[in-house]
Write a protein that binds this ligand. Sequence first.
Ligand SMILES: [Zn+2]
Length: 229
Amino acid sequence: MTSVSETELRAEIVRTCLRMVELGINQGTSGNVSARSGERFLITPSGIPYEEMTPEQIAVMDVDGTYRGPCKPTTEWRIHAAIMRERPAAGVVIHTHSLYATTVACLRRAIPALHYYVAVGGGPTIPCAEYATYGTPELAASALAALHGRDACLLANHGLLVVGATLGETLRRTFDVEILARQYVYALSAGEPSILPDDEIERVRLKMRTYGTQEADDPGLVRLDAPPA
Ligand SMILES: [Zn+2]
């Protein structure tokens, strides 16, 4: 992966936030986004609507909570700092109160494997973290615990939290989990969804690693023309 400058990363965060608005997965000023930049991370400011946010308003933060403005970081900075500190492979964290994921979070249920795509979260469920008051160290701790071995979790009576390597990957994953939550809510309203077994989700998870890439191995697929030299 090529490294991007802090200036480019700021612009990319703004684009990601606007895309969240376009996708309908952001509610007012409740969402927040962070992206690792060297030893520190960039984080969206508190209380500024995404449509009005400028790249300069994004704060720079250390995992210990010290920051440089001009704007105060989101009130959920503790969750972002905890993930950046405890999960070195995490490059991006997205938090949102998207409608369907939050609906399931209000039921304090995990999203089960009703669709094979649950594997985008890294396991057979999208777990739901225990409730704690927003902005507290307790919420950061419960989110971190729920994310153990996973890249997405619900926050009870609150919203959704997603981790990824890049802004693009994490945004896609956030949208995918919101769609899964919508499917779960619809399935529950129509009946009782049939849940896939854990070993099937593990098979899917491994298969998804190469999905959509040219490395994907498909023994049934036979190439007739000559591959490019
Ligand atoms: Zn929130």
